[in-house]
Structures are given as structure tokens and as C-alpha cells.
Design a protein around this ligand. Structure first.
Ligand code: RP5
Length: 167
């Protein structure tokens, strides 16, 4: 089971992409709001108990002064994937990226690209797949589908030429 948490419901349009890919890959997940600044007690309660509830990986998204992933990583023994979000209080997205990325030694957060919660879902699945063959098989299939999608595009592009090519 994967846990997807975010600092605010305003993060949902980005964070739902993690949920969508986990659904596609048939990985069970929960999704909720935990705010580092507005609900600090809830953050502590969540982070200290997640591993006791069968959660294996935490995906945490936040924007601006994005302390949620790092604080969860400081309290939980689980791997934490951080999703920096360009949110309403973010200057340009770099604030979110650096807040999540620049963790001190001893407290890692696996940080994906800005707004890349889909990649967070895929990475979480790959972590589960490292010790679950059925899940790993799904990732192998997923990668084959990615390659097949690109093959269709370059075959068409080479066939019709760049001027006639339409997406
Ligand atoms: C962060 O502040 C949240 O993760 C969100 O990205 C941002 C803005 O929150 P709202 O003011 O929209 O609730 O803590």
C-alpha cells in the first residue's frame, strides 16, 4: 500500500496524477491532506504510524515552503518520494524544488521533477517491485508500452515527413 499525501487540496490537480498511475498499475493506495504548517500534530501522527499500517512508500507533495516531505522523512522509516509543486504560494517552482531536494545527510527524500507526481507513482511502484515479481512484471510491461507508443510516432513521422506530421 502506498500513501499519497499533500499539503493542501490546492495540490490535488497535480497529486491526482500519482493516484491515476497507481490505479493504472493496480497498486493500492490511500490519498489525503497532511499540512506540515497547518496540522503539525497530524503530520507527526501520520509519519510515526504509517509503517505500522502496512504503508510501504510515502509520496508527499507540497509547494512553496515545502516542508512536508522532509518532515515526514525525518519521522518515518519508510522511503519518502517528494513532489515539488508550483503552487499558489510558490514564486517560480524553484522554491518548492529546493525545499524538498536539499535535505541534510541522513534524511533522504527522493525528489521528482516539478509537478511530476506521475513519476512519483511510477517510482513508488518500482520500489515495491524490487521485492514483488508480479509488480515488477507490470513495470516491465509498462516500459514496453512506453516504447511502443514512441515507435508508433517515429514510424509515422518517418513515413509522412515532418511537415505533414500531426500529433
Ligand atoms: C503548501 O502551501 C501546500 O502544499 C500548497 O502547495 C501551498 C498552498 O496551499 P493553499 O494556500 O492553497 O492551501 O503548504
Amino acid at each position: 500500500m502506498i500513501s499519497i499525501i499533500m499539503g493542501s487540496d490546492s495540490d490535488l490537480p497535480v497529486m491526482r496524477q500519482a493516484a491515476d498511475v497507481l490505479k493504472e498499475l493496480e497498486i493500492p493506495f490511500e490519498l489525503t491532506i497532511v499540512s506540515a504548517h497547518r496540522t503539525p500534530e497530524r503530520l507527526f501522527q501520520f509519519a510515526q504510524s504509517a509503517h505500522t499500517r502496512g504503508i510501504k512508500v510515502i509520496i508527499a507533495g507540497a509547494g512553496g515552503a515545502a516542508h512536508l516531505p522532509g518532515m515526514v522523512a525525518s519521522l518515518s522509516p519508510l522511503p519518502v518520494i517528494g513532489v515539488p509543486i508550483k503552487s499558489s504560494n510558490s514564486i517560480d517552482g524553484w522554491d518548492s524544488v529546493l525545499s524538498i531536494l536539499q535535505m541534510p545527510n541522513g534524511v533522504p527524500v527522493a525528489t521528482v521533477a516539478l509537478n511530476a507526481s506521475k513519476n512519483a507513482g511510477i517510482l513508488a511502484t518500482q520500489i515495491l517491485g524490487a521485492h514483488d515479481n508480479a509488480i515488477q512484471e507490470r513495470m516491465i510491461k509498462y516500459k514496453k508500452e512506453l516504447a511502443a507508443g514512441v515507435a508508433m510516432k517515429y514510424t509515422k513521422l518517418e513515413e509522412v515527413g515532418y511537415e505533414a506530421y500531426k500529433k
